[in-house]
Design a protein around this ligand. Structure first.
Ligand SMILES: [Zn+2]
Length: 487
């Protein structure tokens, strides 16, 4: 914060969220110091506060991957062209976004190297070397990595040329095991989104047109943004034997027959953070769910002239909470308390702990919840210092739960089950939210909806006794489809 007026820095203005979500989003990402634009097109720098969010996402997801039997490994960034092109659909799907290395120093390479847009080709090639017998299966590996996909637009977390993600790659002896793995990881993502990022999602299978290039089935979790657009927040792919055939992952089964393995891949990127920021933030800035917040609480001393007890006491309090494993810091900078309040609100810290002269005398502190508006019931509580650690725990749990509940309310209000074609198309055009219909599941029908409204199917679910005819084209309905415009 470098602007100054009256000697004290001013927290920069953020445009109202409702008036212009896009401007609000960019301003919040920059002003809360999550990211900076980099001097290379399409890329952002993840600053320490933003990286803190990523680390918390990573830590939590990593535990979930380990608990479901996966190990981490690391594979090369560069993929020889001859490997990438082995799975025809895969290379066709990624071709427009691949960045190529053509020279090493001054020397032109005899074979171009792709900067990984995803690692099926590299990892499939290695699995082919590692798998011989059914005893070598399953292989359950995850990689935390960066990938590059050539993008024209740049939006922090949502669309960047280089981004951070994890990609799980597994190989199995049977189709059933691969499908089970695909669905298990989809559920890991759903649970993470809901219980950690506090972002409610819908999950299901993708239509053929929205499928990952080369997959048999793609599943995804989709969050709804405040502008009614869907944000795909993670995907899980059942690759069947397509990649095993292309890369030669075969094994001798119990019956002595040589068979191709069944593989899966699944990924969540820092896009999930974009979904979280857009879902929860308000006109004052970020509102971070405590489980992801780099700082769970900040202690702000309110200093009275000639009385420096508050600063020392704030430091002591922060140290005490840190020793209990809390992510807390004391803001002992030489700025006014009001300025600090505004800044930490903008940066979305879930709970503020105020420590003023009266509190010092009374042995109390004041807890202020970021999820509530000023003056709202429960926004501010006076707590005895001895009871602080329990009260802070309870406040963090309450913020986590309240953010999820609010987001769930927003999602529920914007889900429509529609029977009429005209209403369906109008709602799709208007970006009303998730528009669900009985649907035929035909690519031609989806293409027509896209041409007329720019909406696409986000996920498909089983029919629940809806009309047997497709709402769009009146051919027999096979699924319930959720349509929306998407990021
Ligand atoms: Zn149709």
């Amino acid at each position: 914060m470098s602007d100054t007026s009256n000697g004290s820095p001013v927290v920069k203005e953020i445009p109202p969220k409702e008036a212009d979500l896009s401007a609000w989003y960019t301003a919040v990402c920059l002003k809360a110091e999550l990211v900076s634009y980099a001097p290379v097109r399409g890329c952002v720098v993840l600053r320490p506060y933003g990286y803190g969010l990523w680390e918390n996402l990573q830590r939590d997801l990593d535990l979930r991957f380990k608990a479901t039997g996966h190990e981490n490994a690391y594979f090369p960034l560069l993929i020889p062209e001859s490997l990438l092109i082995r799975e025809a659909e895969h290379v066709e799907g990624f071709a427009p976004e691949v960045a190529w290395v053509t020279h090493g120093g001054q020397e032109k390479l005899s074979e171009r190297l792709a900067i990984r847009p995803t690692s099926e080709a590299m990892i499939g090639t290695m699995y082919a070397q590692w798998v011989h017998s059914h005893r070598d299966l399953p292989i359950l590996i995850n990689q935390w990595a960066n990938v590059v996909r050539w993008e024209k637009a740049t939006r922090p977390f949502l669309r960047t040329m280089e981004f951070l993600w994890q990609e799980g790659h597994t190989a199995h002896a049977s189709a059933a095991q691969a499908r089970e793995e695909t669905l298990r990881m989809l559920d890991v993502y759903r649970d993470f989104a809901e219980t950690v990022a506090a972002v409610p999602v819908i999950s299901g299978v993708k239509s053929a047109g929205e499928r990952f290039p080369g997959a048999v089935e793609t599943y995804s979790i989709e969050a709804m943004m405040p502008d009614g657009k869907a944000l795909q927040s993670a995907t899980s792919h059942d690759l069947g034997q397509n990649f095993a055939r292309a890369y030669g992952i075969s094994f001798t089964d119990v019956d002595q027959q040589i068979k191709f393995a069944y593989t899966t891949s699944w990924g969540m990127s820092w896009r999930m953070l974009g979904a979280m920021i857009m879902t929860h933030g308000d006109d004052r800035g970020l509102r971070l769910p405590p489980k992801l917040a780099p700082l769970e609480a900040v202690v702000v001393p309110i200093v009275r002239a000639g009385d420096d007890r508050a600063v020392a006491s704030a430091r002591e309090l922060a140290a005490h909470l840190q020793a209990q494993g809390r992510r807390v810091k004391a803001d002992d900078r030489d700025e006014s308390p009001g300025w600090k309040f505004t800044e930490w609100e903008m940066r979305g810290v879930p709970v503020r702990i105020e420590l003023g002269p009266k509190d010092l005398d009374a042995g109390t502190v004041v807890l202020v919840r970021r999820d509530k508006n000023k003056g709202e019931e429960g926004a501010k509580t006076v707590v005895a210092r001895a009871a602080l650690s329990g009260a802070l725990s309870a406040a963090l749990d309450a913020v986590q739960a309240a953010l999820y509940e609010q987001a769930q309310g927003q999602l529920a209000r914007r889900r429509y089950l529609v029977q009429e074609r005209d209403e369906f198309l109008a709602r799709c055009r208007n970006r009303d939210g998730f528009i669900e219909i009985a649907w035929c599941d035909r690519p031609e029908c989806e293409a027509q909806v896209k041409a007329e409204t720019t909406a696409t199917s986000r996920v498909l679910m089983p029919l629940e006794g809806e009309s047997p005819a497709c709402v769009v084209c009146a051919q027999p309905a096979r699924v319930r489809a959720c349509f929306a415009q998407s990021y």
